[in-house]
Design a protein around this ligand. Sequence first.
Ligand code: DI6
Ligand code: FE
Length: 405
Amino acid sequence: MWDTLWVDANLATMIPGGRPYGAIMRGAVAAKDGEIAWVGYAADLPKPPDELAREVRRCADAWITPGLVDCHTHLVFGGDRAREFELRLQGASYEEIARAGGGIVSTVAATRAASRAELVKSAAKRLAGLTREGVTSVEIKSGYGLDLENEIKMLEAAGELGALGNVRVKRTFLGLHALPPEFKEDRAAYVQLVADVMIPAIAAVGLADAVDAFCEDIGFTADEVDYVFSSACENGLAVKLHAEQLSNQSGAALAARYQALSADHLEYLDDAGIAAMAQAGTVAVLLPGAFYFLRETQAPPIEKLRAAGVAMAVASDCNPGTSPMTSPLAALNMACTLFRLTPEEALAGMTREGARALGLLDDVGTLEVGKAADLALWDVKSPAELCYWLGAPLLRERVFAGRAV
Ligand code: DI6
Ligand code: FE
């Protein structure tokens, strides 16, 4: 007997190669022990539903997708940056504010001042924004502590959120996010601290799955990132990179040299970077929320990424400075309107490709037997509606590891 069987539903399995969205009309999906035990056409079920599962859920023609995977967020932080938003609306640029000691560094002060419990509490609200729109897996970065104690506090808070929110959490250590004020006169010492002390310490206690960095004029140079990435590899952690968001630093190519899981943002990505990513199988994570919120005008080279066969994921980048957005469906809409992804590409970007970008594709991201029974049930007549509406309450039910939550 299966635990639960969903019938009277259409499935967007997101398995590539067949019909759009891997769709199965009048499908059924079953869960046992938290995993998907059966997927297919309801007509092919071996027996009547009630003889197959302890609980049968009739879905009145809802669409079922894999639970959404938000593969790039900075959900945990103290304070907010609404004041900075006002300054930017009066003409100050993100870079000017950062150089004047605002920006990320101001969130660092607020994050250091917050207790772990306070961080969990404020992030839980943002996480609720994600889960009420179907997210079942989320990546959460550190990077607003910038010393070992506060980075650990952030990563522990991120871990607590998983159990609290019924989501799978992948944690990323983002030590090279900004130069902390106490190292203002000695960049090299901070980079060394991150590589030689913080990464080994965090890896030793299993608080992170990956290491990220902000490779940018106002962030860290490719050489500095290179140094930190070699420590990540030595310590058995995957890497990923904020690359080519505001300028071209050849960060994506550097990331690809390290077989990075992903390179993220990519507005200024060049042809060499695309080729390197294609070769390495590095996922392009598109973050239209940051593009929108910063009123950027140069979009990532979507057409060329597509032509090169680079996998494209879409994520919220939820963070206080450049993407204060807790709506994954809004990110899907923006990926289509601003970056010209097709709705199928956008939805794949927040399911299958998001999972790939987290190294989780064997576990989640498509509706396939043996993967976790992480599902989202939607009140829509076609999957394209998930990218079309802005702000509509489309989620009917979220299923995490086989349980409706
Ligand atoms: N790029 C971003 O978009 C965020 N971090 C990064 O490296 C912004 C973070 C912030 O402004 O607080
Ligand atoms: Fe980011």
